[in-house]
Design a binder for this molecule. Structure first.
Ligand SMILES: [Zn+2]
Length: 45
């Protein structure tokens, strides 16, 4: 999965609620979602 600038990723855990915004696009890297600080894979909002 390539990150797109402006995409917002959110932690699926309602008790955590972390959000991350992609500030720079990229095409490389591993094919997996970003991981939250709590350890869960984040989902695209
Ligand atoms: Zn989290």
């Amino acid at each position: 999965m390539a990150f797109k600038q402006g995409d917002v990723y959110q932690c699926p855990d309602p008790n955590c609620g972390c959000e991350a915004t992609v500030t720079k696009s990229g095409t490389g890297g591993p094919d997996e979602p970003p991981r939250c600080c709590c350890g869960k894979p984040m989902v695209k909002k």
